[in-house]
Design a protein around this ligand. Structure first.
Ligand SMILES: C[S@@+](CC[C@H](N)C(=O)[O-])C[C@H]1O[C@@H](n2cnc3c(N)ncnc32)[C@H](O)[C@@H]1O
Length: 325
């Protein structure tokens, strides 16, 4: 089969199955079922990340927006661009503040997500809460969509949101490359607000990725369902385990699917098969946890000035505001 004719998902799986360990990039979790499962994860008591970041945005959105505005004369047109926006449940607090703090400005909200289902949910919420808001959702991989933005909207001041510990899925090198790319299309005074999950007691981390009701397990196993459906694969779900661990050397949660037995899986649509040994893993997600000094270094190494860190009361999470100065 010519790889040029394959979908991005098929290419990523074909590529990842030939790596050691076998792996699939985490953005492919988010088909329709995956996006719905992630919404359930966000409601779980063990998944502290959502409530921690929600409390930051609920209580400190005005301070965040004022720090973005700074002493600069604010432009007529403001854009809030959100990368990997999901259902936008937390972003609405920031949008509400922006509409009331800057009533005389044209505010455009551009959520970008690979998941059409997530964007539809988000759009519905925005229309309900803010009928006056100019909303322009874009479906796609934000790495690619960002390319287009460099040509867009002269004369607007931008705030890029990268919330929910999305950044945690990137390695250090990928993060630097990502922020440098962002830096190159932003103008002086534009800002980026990133949600970092802070390093903490690992006894809080493990249950967040292995909840007692089994939703994160379903979320991980859903990747096998997706490969069966879209790639004609023959994964039998009962032959796989969900296995999250904390890697203290990397400072990251790692989620795996582990083969319970020696088996061969056929990918009919790819005209190939892959063999798995007993206990062989497929790496499906890495979620890095950060210290304040790492966040500082990341901003500095990618050219941004760190303006302020906004944390929740328990210091589980931080929304860090950086500006291109
Ligand atoms: C962990 S969720 C976070 C959602 C939201 N930002 C929040 O804080 O609740 C990750 C979201 O990013 C999207 N996503 C992941 N990788 C992406 C990529 N490369 N391009 C676009 N969207 C992506 C997923 O579809 C999902 O909605």
């Amino acid at each position: 089969m010519k790889t040029a004719t394959l979908s991005p998902f098929a290419k990523a799986v074909l590529d990842g199955m030939q790596k050691i360990p076998k792996q699939i990039p985490s953005l492919y979790f988010y088909d329709e079922a995956g996006s719905q499962l992630f919404e359930q994860i966000m409601q779980l008591p063990e998944y502290y990340l959502t409530n921690a970041e929600k409390s930051i945005l609920q209580n400190q959105s005005n301070e965040i927006l004022s720090a973005w505005q700074g002493s600069n004369h604010i432009s007529e047109k403001l854009q809030i661009i959100e990368l990997g926006a999901g259902n936008g449940e937390k972003t609405i607090f920031l949008l509400k503040s922006a509409l009331s703090l800057f009533p005389a400005h044209q505010l455009e909200f551009i959520p970008i997500d690979i998941s059409q289902a997530a964007l539809e949910k988000l759009s519905h919420t925005c229309w309900q809460h803010f009928p006056q808001l100019s909303l322009n959702p874009v479906q796609g991989d934000y790495w690619e969509v960002l390319e287009d933005f460099s040509h867009h909207a002269e004369g607007t001041k931008k705030l890029v949101l990268f919330l929910g510990s999305n950044i945690g899925n990137m390695t250090w090198t990928e993060s630097i490359a990502f922020y440098k790319k962002l830096f190159s299309f932003l103008k002086t005074g534009d800002a980026v607000l990133t949600g970092f999950d802070l390093k903490k007691d690992i006894h809080l981390l493990i249950p967040a990725y292995n909840d007692s009701s089994g939703v994160t397990r379903e979320f991980n196993l859903n990747l096998l369902r997706r490969m069966n459906r879209e790639l004609g694969a023959t994964f039998a779900l009962e032959k796989w385990d969900h296995y999250p661990i904390y890697n203290p050397v990397k400072g990251a949660m790692e989620s795996y699917l582990i083969s319970k037995e020696k088996q061969t899986v056929v990918f009919k649509n790819l005209n190939c098969d892959f063999h798995f040994e007993i206990a062989e893993p497929i790496l499906t997600e890495v979620s890095f946890k950060y210290s304040f000094s790492q966040i500082n270094d990341l901003a500095k190494n990618s050219g941004f000035a760190l303006i302020e860190n906004f944390t929740d009361a328990k210091q589980y999470f931080v929304d860090s505001l950086w500006v291109k100065s």
